[in-house]
Write a protein of this length. Sequence first.
Length: 214
Amino acid sequence: MTNQPTADSTSIETATVQIRTLNVGAKQMTQGIFRQLLTEQTISTSGHVRGTPWGIVNYHPDRCEDAKEHLHVVWQSGAELRRAYVSAPEFAYLRHPLVGEYVTALVFEGVRRAVGRVGHGSLRITRASMTQEISATVMASGVMFQGSTVPSALAAWDDTSGYEKPVDRLPADFEAAYGRPLRPSVEVKELLPIDAYRTAWRQMSALPQLFIGR
């Protein structure tokens, strides 16, 4: 039978916990002042951290408590403070100029709506009702990207006829729109800032928590 611990053999170790408060002058920043900070993204379209991040505030001013995983980051841009809503990689919807080429190449290589799967993620192509812009969201190695693509990509992605396909027009349409030949998807994927965004997210997640008043 295992010996049970006794009071004499047990102790409680008290750790010193540092509380970091966010102050404005001599007073603690309030939720009202926090809401007045300009909102600006601290992770650029290249996936890198901009400015100087200060910390994370566990306060959801836009009633986003139940939204997908994200952080509210306070950061410094020049001499001014900003706040940023930073999404986890799988919910980032990071806009990048190469998304259009990546998606067009995937569709040209055979990805269709009926399948919609790209590696461990998914692909969606839609037409905006107001602007008629053809936009796509695609998961690349755990990071969700968003961007515009050529109209024929949507037609080819929808096509299941097996006859003459809109896909045949994709290389020419892409080159006409972007001024360069369409490259293979594996080549374009290597140029997307996948690792950069993941690294930025880890940096943001490791920031200290800042406390603000009501």
